[in-house]
Design a protein around this ligand. Structure first.
Ligand code: HEC
Length: 161
């Protein structure tokens, strides 16, 4: 038993093709968590704040629904996500602009930056066709947005005290 398991483990680790394929990336569990933490505080669907005033998503870009991610446009009226083409996807590009650029998102200190590994994964997911699986929307986009101000990847940006 044990030996078979060990052999299987070795085979799995060494066989080419068993490495994570882009098509295997699961949006709901592998991508959306960092979209939510990094972007949704400013890009959720409209909601009523504590005074009952309606707050609209920044730039009218909604990143907490499939519909919003696929159909929101940037200031040039271009779709922010182009399935199959990471380089044409503004949603990825803004995260890679220099931190001091006005169009870098999230703004420094406002939400956690995407790590290099997350940007890479997001890029692969777009290249593979941006498959959302069964995911259509975050049922509670305003919940779970608290952030302690500490970046996941040390050294990318200064943290705010
Ligand atoms: C603290 C609030 C805030 C956060 C967090 C935030 N954004 Fe934004 N975002 C804005 C504002 C404000 C604008 C409009 C900027 C302007 O037009 O000058 C904007 C605009 C954009 C645009 C349009 C850029 C263009 O060229 O027109 C994209 C794309 C975008 N955000 C993506 C993201 C992504 C992706 C994240 C997370 C990684 C994110 N934003 C996080 C506030 C935020």
């Amino acid at each position: 038993m044990q030996k078979t398991k060990l052999l299987l483990a070795i085979l799995t680790l060494t066989t080419p093709g068993v490495v994570l394929q882009a098509e295997d990336i699961d949006f709901a569990t592998q991508i959306y968590p960092f979209v939510k933490s990094g972007c949704v505080s400013c890009h959720s669907p409209p909601y009523a704040d504590e005074r009952g005033r309606t707050r609209r998503p920044k730039a009218d870009i909604v990143l907490a629904t499939k519909e919003g991610i696929l159909n929101s446009v940037d200031e040039d009226e271009e779709k922010i996500l182009v399935p199959g083409d990471p380089d044409a996807s503004r949603m990825l590009e803004v995260t890679k602009l220099p931190i001091y650029d006005d169009m870098h998102f999230p703004p420094e200190g406002k939400a956690p930056q995407w790590t290099d590994a997350e940007k890479e994964l997001f890029s692969k997911w777009i290249a593979a066709g941006a498959d959302f699986g069964d995911w259509t929307e975050d049922p509670a986009p305003r919940e779970g947005l608290e952030w302690d101000g500490v970046e996941k990847q040390a050294g990318t940006v200064e943290t705010f005290e």
